[in-house]
Design a protein around this ligand. Sequence first.
Ligand code: FAD
Ligand code: SF4
Length: 1001
Amino acid sequence: MDAAALSAALRRQIRGEVRFDPGSRALYATDGSNYRQVPIGVVLPRDVDDVIATVAMAREFGAPILCRGGGTSLAGQCCNVAVVLDFSKYMAEILEIDPARRIARVQPGVILDHLRAAAERHHLTFGPDPATHSRCTLGGMIGNNSCGVHSLMAGKTDENVDALEILTYDGLRIKVGQTNDEELDRITREDSRCGQIYAGLKSLQNRYGDLVRQRYPNIPRRVSGYNLNQLLPENGFHIARALVGSEGTCVTVLEATCRLVESPPERALLVIAYPDIYECADRMPDIMAHKPIGLEGVDRLLVDYTRRKGLNSEGLALLPQGGGWLLAEFGADTQAECESQARKLMDFLGRSSNPPQMRLFTDKAQVRRVWEVRESALGATSHVPGEPLEWEGWEDSAVAPEKLGSYLRELHTLMAGYGYRSALYGHFGHGCVHMRINFDLQSTVGIANFRKFVEEAADLVVGYGGSLSGEHGDGQSRAELLPKMFGPELVQAFRAFKALWDPQWKMNPGKIVEPYKLDENLRLGADYRPWEPRTHFHFREDHGSLADATLRCVGVGKCRQYDGGVMCPSFRVTREEEHSPRGRAHLLWEMTQGEVIEGGWCDEHVKQSLDLCLACKGCKSDCPVGVDVATYKAEFLSHYYQGRARPRSAYAFGNIDIWARLASNAPGVVNLTTQLPFLRDIAKLVAGIPPQRNIPAFAPQTFREWFRRRPPRNGGPPVLLWPDTFNNYFLPDTARAAVEVLEAGGFQVFLPADNLCCGRPLYDWGMLDRAKKLLLQILDVLDLEIEEKIPVVVLEPSCAAVFRDEVLNLFPHDERAQALSRQTFLLSEFLERKARHFDLPKLKAKALIHGHCHQKSIMKMSDEEAVLRRMGIDFRAPAQGCCGMAGSFGFERDKYETSTAIGELELLPAVRKADPECLIIADGFSCREQIAQCTDRHALHLAEIIQMALSGERPTAYPELQRMRQQEAVVRDSMTRAALGLTGVAAAGALLWAIGRRRTS
Ligand SMILES: Cc1cc2nc3c(=O)[nH]c(=O)nc-3n(C[C@H](O)[C@H](O)[C@H](O)COP(=O)(O)OP(=O)(O)OC[C@H]3O[C@@H](n4cnc5c(N)ncnc54)[C@H](O)[C@@H]3O)c2cc1C
Ligand code: SF4
């Protein structure tokens, strides 16, 4: 098949995007499963016409088609050697919500949470809610027949779909739904492709109806196999529902009419703890009789893994004592009603012979925290430190809820025989169990065991009358096992069903029917030998391997967050897979394979995908498997630029410490060139700064200079204040305020003997050789302080993050690095942990606080918030994510639009809306610049807020204004003096020149 010709033809035919380059193909080579198949190319259709044209072109070239939404599938049904149609970027419109008929019409790329939010305005919801609700699409849910916690009240996706508009590979576009006899009769008599399909379906009904009734398990979670049961007369010959769960193997869904259900406005969550998970499972019938709207189970190992990964600590703390937990949610119109339902269950269980521990939650924040423990289960059980890798493979089997306890006991015995173990959780109310098992997928023996185990597990679940898949679908993981569950005749019926829709066998081939083997196309496999280049960072938790580090991404897709949240700012504004941590991790991993991404460290596709990463470290903290793109980016760029010049801004910003030190010799003169019209435009051009940005002015006197000149103060325990480049050269008032605060707390402040820099800006440009040199210099110069365990207080969070994070990854075996990391504190951390005796001054004020991304990710905001609470400040934090400036990112010419778009997501509008009296607090230099440059407000550092309180100042309108005016005035004075000086020098020069000329003439 001539892929280049197909790509060219598509480009001519459609309005959407056509991407057949190696980068895009590598990006879409896997989903959330164990499998990898590199697609032919990727198309992002803008509308239905684009989809029709793409399928027509694919037909002409004989290329298979794979539809894709969020790509979060867990059984390999969303990767294939095909033309991928990604609906998530453009075809994501809610077309209609009709609250009276309780239906919604949607395009396939609509994100579930967007539909739920729109429906919620009418107190309605779309019932099935996978844990991926923030990024999974309706098309993908229809493809997989997705379920979720609230399938308990609303059923699976098939039960919530009324009609589908579909397109077949051979170009038939029709709307299908429930079909009455008269209609069926009429259509089957038509001499058309549509008539042929309906007649074929009717004949399947006649031929296999009884067998379907006999062999389809009568359990709530039968997701395996095609939904031939929906063609039965008693189910209304519902063609749309029969297509739900067909995993893109039959048709492309162009539009869906979905059913909405009432969403109970009030909820209560009862957490029930038993000594083990089996007892939890045994209680299903009793608990289900009390009609919860959600009933989930989690086991001890999941809680242990979550704790070890430092995730959801608040949620974990809320769980009652036990070894297995059930989360039973009750919903009703009033809170009292929910509580009363929950209490009835509590009374009932309390009277049993072995009453469980129970806690009832009604506070929404607490309820959210507990649910997070369950929702992040998949991520929490992947890449647990010290544990072998765990994989899907037997991830979502289901049995009748009343048989769950016995099934789990037998399943665990089977696993133990193979030496396997896994945390366990799932939709217990529906008898569906999730687990990721420590299969060895890297050796011949390991893979043989994997196959043997799943075959035996399939026998086990079939023996229980259950389903191989109770939620995630068959894809490639289970398709080969379908004959065990359905028998050969029904598998033949599946073949016939697919052939009716897709006689050429081009829709997502090799999945569900005529499948690839479950141990084919593995991402790893017995011959897995990734490229293992030498790296600057040690990647300690990943066995020192970049390949292992990037393999972390198991496709959870939490980084494809559209609203709120910490990650990923660049995905949020671009909505592009390549600009998500998942995409970046996948591309880097592909680089270690060298098959599609062949350029190694010089590969432009990888470079392009990392280009918009703001290195905010949001993914490091928020990705459940700890993908750390900022570090991978620094590593990649350090090699990419080996032997070639970096952009001008890299030298301007990466080495800002050098320029700032030079500028401090004549700050007034430098400010003339960076602040005066015309001159500043030239300066921006030279440094690669966009014209819309202002270059921050240098302070006339550095903080170090001020500190050196002031009279020595003795007494109190010593504290080393870190004079970072930004607060030393640009905002010395902040560092002075910190000195005042620390001295008021009874400490003796001193500075490092030498002019040092942590090298933070160097990481953004991969200048790691110099970054390492600077860190070694710091370790040498601070040798004594480190040995004497003197606390190092750092005001700039991104610099503190270097001492807490990068230094450990670069020098994991250097004791001094470990000690420095332990001794480093932000001001708030120091005040909370080492200066609790200091009675912080009170300040009656409201504040809007914005945490620097590195603080949120590495140090966390809890101490900062505790300090503000102690001071009596009424604060709120409107933006969880990045400000968009992120070091020098927002100062780069080609990043300006992205930078401001990120700022405009939440932070900047919130600052503009804040009351004039409201304090704006931000400790990060770049966050302060973004706020100052994009709003009419200036943010103050925590040190300045405490200083304000110490001096008894009360915030009035624009409380920062007086400080800013003072700062501006000193800068202006220095410029005036410099200008006068320069004029004087010029005048003297001119005079001397004139005298010289007269003498010679
Ligand atoms: C961390 C995690 C937790 C999960 N939790 C749950 C859960 O609680 N419940 C649950 O049910 N699932 C869960 N899943 C599985 C998955 O998220 C769901 O199945 C989800 O609905 C898939 O949506 P998607 O948009 O990512 O689909 P994709 O993976 O993109 O696609 C899914 C299938 O649908 C097909 N498809 C997509 N669009 C179309 C279209 N327009 N026409 C025809 N076919 C199409 C694809 O070809 C594919 O076969 C989880 C997955 C992960 C990674
Ligand atoms: S560091 Fe921030 S911007 Fe970069 S990939 Fe991670 S979340 Fe996205």
